[in-house]
Design a protein around this ligand. Sequence first.
Ligand code: HEC
Ligand code: CU
Length: 348
Amino acid sequence: MKQVKAWSGRFGFLAVIFLLSGCFGNENLSALDPKGPQAQWIYDNMILSLYIMAFVTLVVFAIFFYIIAKFRRKEGDNEYPKQVHGSTVLEITWTVIPILLLLVLFVPTIIGTFDFAESQAPEDVEDAVYIDVTGHQYWWQFDYEEGFTAGQEVYIPTGERVYFTLNATDVIHSFWVPALGGKIDTVPGIENTLWLEADEPGTYMGKCAELCGPSHALMDFKLIALERDDYDQWVEDMAAKADVEQPEDSSVQQGYEVFQENCISCHAVSGPGSASGPTLTNFGDRNTIAGYLDNTDEQLKAWIRNPDDFKQGNNMVPFPESEISEDEMDSLVAYLRSLNVRDGENAE
Ligand code: HEC
Ligand SMILES: [Cu+2]
């Protein structure tokens, strides 16, 4: 008996932890804590539909209990009551009321759905930002109009609509930043559109929301909203990287050579990216490796040695010691750290 109690206590404790884990720790990952106008709109409609459902439930249960009480068998009731079939008035009532309630949800939903898919800024808006998103198994590519590519982390200016055009190369993925807006599928061969806006600067978690293979659950990304000035600076720096060939810093020269020999076939480090692997132009600024591992030197080495340990079925090849020695690995890591435009500011 004691044992049972102890165990149920432990499970109860675990259950509470699991429930609470949904509330804390995940930076800006909740649709219930909207951080932009589109997410706010979705949240408001969610609450509206919740009220409608609560109202319907209350009314139905009230009638239910009233009927049970009123028509229950009373003392002396020994005969069948009158048997009634069908009632046109009732049929019409319970068809019309739900139609009206559905319309209350339908109309704003349709208006919102079309508004969110808007692919062009209104004409009076200058320098609206347009970004092409491509979903890959299991990483995200973000192509900017200025001719460069970012991987895993998409930067946007704060307080304005940013227009995304979405696509995929292999299978269907889905682009979702819960705290900022709705999700939308990225489908090979089809261009979907969506705008998002962040009220405040910050880092917003993004998720792939369409089962796309064994590592689907790890296909995370981040949306980083900067003040407009900082954003412009970032764009300028990323675009400037396009011309950089040789590292200026001689201490990372060896790493650069190791990289050129083994990695450049899949990873670009400047300009437009490639479709084979994430662009590493600003890898040193990333918080995470492959979207979710803490970006530490140890993890980075472990990732390069065997990516499949971390993301099953991903498309990067492993690099055992027979191909890259421990010494070369150190220099390679130093080189990767040197690839940044914000002095590794995001990395923690
Ligand atoms: C065959 C193509 C290929 C080669 C060669 C390759 N990679 Fe990758 N790499 C990938 C792919 C694909 C991913 C994305 C994996 C994922 O997240 O699903 C990746 C991811 C990464 C990441 C994480 C990137 C990020 O944005 O978080 C790093 C770092 C990396 N590779 C480094 C290297 C290094 C260093 C080499 C050379 C030693 C190398 N890769 C060689 C395909 C390749
Ligand atoms: Cu996916």
